[in-house]
Every structure is written in C-alpha cells, then in structure tokens.
Design a protein around this ligand. Structure first.
Ligand code: SF4
Ligand code: SF4
Length: 97
C-alpha cells in the first residue's frame, strides 16, 4: 500500500481530496473496495454501506472508483478548484522552504 504524505510538497492532510459516499444510494456491494488499492474504504457491515475510513490515503486527483459504483453514490470535490488550490498551496510550500 502506498501512502503519500506530501503531494507537490504539500502535507497530504492539508489537501481536501477524498471521496464522499452518499449512503442513501449505497447498496454495500463492495465494488469501491475492490477498485481502490489503498484501503480508503471499509464496509460498515452493520449498516450495509461503504464508509470512507482513510481519506488521506486517496491519491490526489484520482477518481477512478466513482464510475465503478453501480449506484452512482461516490462523489469528489471539483477537480479544477482542487487544482487551483494545489497551485496556491504549492507556491506557499515553496516560499517557506
Ligand atoms: S479515487 Fe483512487 S485512490 Fe481514491 S478512493 Fe478511489 S480508487 Fe482509491
Ligand atoms: S461501489 Fe458504490 S454502492 Fe457499492 S459499496 Fe461502494 S459506494 Fe456503495
């Protein structure tokens, strides 16, 4: 399992990129767990839904699990807004080096 601690010199925990599961649409099928190699999701067996248990393990700007969800239950932040934020955070990270 790859765990990125920084991205473009930015501490990973400062980057708000991770999936959100709409539990109203989630059937608990587990396809997202199969799709993600990084252990971002776990199945909540009691509720029968997927939970995001390790958001910082999500690869920044990856969204490949979303189309794998048959219920269209997975969403991500806006990519362009995230890219703008990354440029901003990266310039601050460089300036503080
Ligand atoms: S976007 Fe990629 S890294 Fe993030 S949870 Fe989905 S498959 Fe895993
Ligand atoms: S793939 Fe979608 S429906 Fe299946 S467990 Fe994950 S979020 Fe729920």
């Amino acid at each position: 399992m790859v765990q990125l601690r920084t991205f473009m010199g930015i501490p990973r925990e400062r980057i708000p990129w991770a999936p959100t599961v709409n539990v109203e649409r989630c059937s608990g099928c587990g396809a997202c767990l199969d799709e993600c190699p990084n252990g971002v999701y776990a199945l909540d067996e009691q509720e029968g839904v997927a939970r995001v248990v390790a958001p910082d393990r999500c690869v920044v700007l990856c969204d490949k699990c979303a189309p794998a969800c048959p219920g269209d239950a997975i969403s991500f932040p806006d990519k362009d807004a995230t890219k703008r934020l990354l440029r901003e955070l990266a310039s601050h990270a460089l300036a503080s080096d």
